[in-house]
Design a protein around this ligand. Structure first.
Ligand code: UDP
Length: 491
């Protein structure tokens, strides 16, 4: 009978590091709770991100499987081998990227067909909501569809609220307004909102956005990479909106205990950290997608230098050559030798953040980075760039009180930065760093709070913690649904 059959969850992440990484961790977590997890992704993403999954599955005997499809980059007008959003040579190609994703429907459905019949009928699809056609797939194969979008409940509520109330309409640029119906009164300006809410931003993505919103409405429920104690009132509100079907199961990065983080100069970097005083180093990284124009990069570099604290800086500029030339000509690397460590390429971020020498994280407030800082008990210096990053900044700075803002304005892409010039000056950067890192009362207090939240995060994922229980509840819910023969219920 289906009652005691092993459940099989199919996981399909959007091809971007910030979406792939948490889903790999999610597979580990589910497998740890006895669910067979099958991840479907493209070949080069598999090579780049999943090396550890196969090893983990092999060594730990975890029931995880990885299936790979070819990504039709060239057919969609993308450079060959470009299979992840962070490899897009320009922002203009986002649309092509989504066309390529459309083309994956057929091959992925073929996989799913084989997976479902007849060996493991107890199935459920957890998919990144940005791959909207998977909602249709779930309907076709009569399996429940659960969405994941890599954001906090707080952010998802803010976005819902903006769609419903449209409070931002007619408000002049730069004039603050309060989002109604939220547990806290939080002020936003229009340019802090994601592109959807800003007229004048490109409209050619509207179709995609509409499809995603339509798919979202079909979801049976939502899994969230967050934990209840972090944003209790927002989780409650969000649950009301989704008829109870919200499962906060994070921080997912805490399940990645095998330290399989790949990264450039990993050993060198960790050795260097070993030689530094506990809590003394600032780690600065603006995510996988954040690109700074040369002038803005220079302000960041000099702001770090002027703060007088040791630092790790991940160099991911828009125009690499320009930036490398500046580093050389200015003598920045030479001058900060011993005190500064530059990483060119992919940083082993989770490993770095959990090193005791790190004292603060200068972050773009991507939700994964934010949660990784929370999990490591670190205070943040916040520098959001675009998308939903400003929401996360509000949560960190105004609600949790574990961060200091550098006061950034939204810059959606490099072309816009070139037009705007410098948006955050070195002084603001250096001041924010010192507020978080210095020995004064403020710094001590913010570090104490960050540590406290970090302890909460760890307890949430331990046996008996809220995230641990939520995973059990999710599994129970799906099992019951399937036992009752309700295969693809929607709201
Ligand atoms: N990351 C990393 N090394 C890097 C840059 C990013 O390991 O050099 C990881 C980071 O730990 C996080 C993810 O990539 O898990 C980025 O996700 P996030 O939501 O923070 O930001 P995004 O890149 O999506 O803007």
């Amino acid at each position: 009978s289906p009652k005691d059959q092993q459940l099989n969850f199919i996981l399909i992440p959007l091809m971007s590091p910030g979406h792939i990484i948490p889903m790999i961790d999610m597979a580990r977590v589910l497998a740890g709770h006895g669910v067979a997890a099958t991840i479907i992704t493209t070949t080069s993403n598999a090579a780049r991100f999943y090396a550890g999954i196969d090893r983990a599955a092999a060594s730990g005997g975890l029931p995880i499987r990885l299936l790979q499809v070819q990504f039709p980059s060239e057919e969609a007008g993308l450079p060959k081998g470009c299979e992840s959003v962070d490899n897009l040579p320009s922002y203009d190609l986002v649309k092509n990227f989504f066309s390529a994703i459309e083309m994956l429907q057929q091959p992925i459905e073929k996989f799913i067909e084989e997976l479902i019949e007849p060996s493991s009928p107890c199935c459920c699809i957890i998919c990144d909501k940005h791959i909207a056609w998977t909602a249709e797939t779930a309907r076709k194969f009569q399996v429940p569809w659960i969405s994941f979008d890599g954001m906090s409940c707080f952010t998802q509520l803010c976005i819902h609220n903006l769609h419903m109330t449209k409070v931002y309409e007619g408000i002049p640029e730069g004039q603050p307004f309060i989002l109604p119906n939220l547990p806290d009164k939080i002020k936003f300006t229009r340019n802090q909102l994601p592109g959807t809410f800003n007229p004048g931003t490109r409209t050619d993505l509207n179709n995609i956005r509409e499809r995603v919103r339509a798919a979202e409405k079909e979801a049976y429920g939502v899994v969230v990479n967050s934990f209840e104690g972090l944003e209790t009132r927002y989780v409650e509100e969000f649950r009301k909106l989704k008829r109870g079907k919200v499962w906060c199961i994070g921080p997912l990065s805490l399940s990645n205990k095998d330290n399989l983080d790949k990264g450039s100069d990993k050993d060198l970097c960790l050795e260097w950290l070993d030689s530094m005083e506990p809590g003394s180093v600032v780690y600065a990284c603006l995510g996988s997608l954040g690109r700074l124009a040369l002038l803005q990069f220079i302000e960041l570099a000099l702001g770090l230098e002027e703060s007088n604290h040791p630092f790790i800086l991940v160099v991911r500029g828009g125009k690499k050559e320009e930036i490398e030339n500046w580093i050389l000509e200015d003598g920045f690397e030479e001058r900060t030798k011993g005190r500064g460590f530059l990483i060119r390429g992919w940083a082993p971020q989770v490993l770095i953040l959990s090193h005791p020498a790190i004292g603060g994280f200068l972050t773009h407030c991507g939700w994964n980075s934010t949660l990784e800082a929370v999990s490591a008990g670190l205070p943040m210096i916040t520098w959001p760039l675009f998308a939903e990053q400003f929401f996360n900044e509000k949560l960190v700075v105004e609600i949790l009180d574990i961060g200091v803002s550098v006061g950034a304005k939204a810059v959606r892409h490099l072309e816009e930065q070139d037009k705007l010039g410098i948006s955050v000056g070195r002084d603001e950067i250096h001041k924010a760093i010192c507020r978080v890192m210095d020995e004064g009362k403020f710094g001590k207090e913010i570090r104490r709070r960050a540590k406290e939240v970090g302890e909460m995060a760890k307890r949430a994922v331990e046996k008996g913690g809220s995230s641990y229980l939520n995973i059990e509840l999710l599994i129970q819910d799906i099992r019951q649904l399937l036992n009752n023969g309700q295969t693809n219920p929607i709201f």
